[in-house]
Design a protein around this ligand. Structure first.
Ligand code: ADE
Ligand code: ZN
Length: 333
């Protein structure tokens, strides 16, 4: 098979995906019209042309502005259903998606609306007959540019929904502007989430230093690191990540678009993999970064000349690194 068909044929799990980052310009415009939200762009093309980023913050500014078109349960449902259609096309069998309630509650949207719309699409996908089946989890993420007090308030607002969504909501994450917002800032709220029995993850070592990866592990006690590519700057950390098989959810096209690397051929994914780390490939915010899962796999396969054995290894890592029960993992591996 050619490389494209080979990648299409591999079953995969996606572990680093912000649902708000799947909002394509076409749907964004349609929702703006339906909800009478004014956009500073005249056309879909004009909006897409604005997706030229210089760093994480330049992206976040547009991403949060774009999310303002999401108002109703139906809006969150449609956005999530559109993402699931991409999963089916890309042979993604399991997803663990991030959502950022604070982006919406700040605008007066009820947190219950956010949960309901996303969960309806995920449950529908889970229950629809399909030759392989499709499973999903939700990871509620705190915005790190806001205060820890704000994160606690979000947790309090969400906890009454836990029973209703216990089949889906299994984890807590940390995202948004990394520089200047170290993991330690959220030590107390993560300790609380750990007591509550949630799986924990955090973005670290995307733009921030290896020290943030270390404090995400030691202070927040996360089970996975989102991005983590800057870990390579610290040899002791690399040894630890390899020894403990701590997964990194790497997002190649995201790293390229946000100028974490200036050329995919220079991306350290292959080196991290060869160093024995549990590296996975993910799409992060596909509507903004120019590609879903298979686009990410293909881009690195070509740029880094990955072998088919390495590509298989990356997909196996994605199931190994997931929060699926051991039995389910074995079935999917
Ligand atoms: N929110 C959405 N995508 C993100 C990223 N790549 N890093 C930090 N926060 C994000
Ligand atoms: Zn991310």
């Amino acid at each position: 098979a050619d490389l494209v068909s080979f990648i299409e044929g591999l079953p995969k799990a996606e572990l680093h995906l912000h649902i708000e980052g799947t909002l394509e310009p076409e749907l964004l415009f349609a929702l703006a019209q339906r909800n009478r939200v004014k956009l500073p762009y005249a056309t879909v093309e004009e909006l897409r042309a604005a997706y030229a980023f210089t760093d994480l913050q330049s992206f976040l500014d547009l991403y949060y502005a774009g999310a303002a078109v999401l108002q109703t349960e139906q809006d969150f449902y449609e956005m999530t259903a559109a993402y699931i259609a991409h999963c089916r096309a890309d042979n993604v069998r399991h997803v663990e998606i991030f959502f950022d309630p604070q982006t919406h509650t700040e605008r007066g949207i009820d947190i219950a609306v956010v949960f309901a719309g996303i969960a309806r699409a995920l449950r529908e996908a889970q229950n629809s007959p399909d030759e392989h089946g499709f499973s999903s989890f939700m990871i509620m993420s705190f915005l790190r540019h806001l205060s820890e007090e704000d994160a606690f308030a979000t947790l309090e607002a969400a906890l009454p929904l836990r029973e209703q969504y216990k089949d889906l909501w299994i984890g807590i994450g940390l995202d948004s502007a990394e520089r200047g917002n170290p993991p330690e800032k959220f030590a107390k709220v993560f300790a609380r989430c750990r007591e509550l029995g949630f799986y924990l993850v955090a973005h670290a070592g995307e733009e921030g230093p290896p020290a943030y990866v270390i404090s995400a592990l030691d202070v927040l006690q996360v089970q996975r690191i989102d991005h983590g590519v800057r870990s390579e700057e610290d040899p002791d950390l690399m040894t630890r990540l390899s020894k403990e098989r701590i997964p990194l959810t790497v997002c190649p096209l995201s790293n390229l678009k946000l100028c974490v690397v200036d050329d995919l051929a220079k991306h350290n994914l292959a080196r991290l993999l060869h160093a024995g780390l549990a590296v996975t490939i993910n799409s992060d915010d596909p509507a903004y970064f120019g590609g879903y899962m298979n686009d990410n796999y293909l881009a690195v396969a070509q740029s880094l000349r990955l072998s088919r054995t390495e590509l298989v290894k990356l997909t196996r890592n994605s199931f190994e690194a997931s929060f699926l029960p051991e039995k389910e993992k074995q079935r999917l591996l």
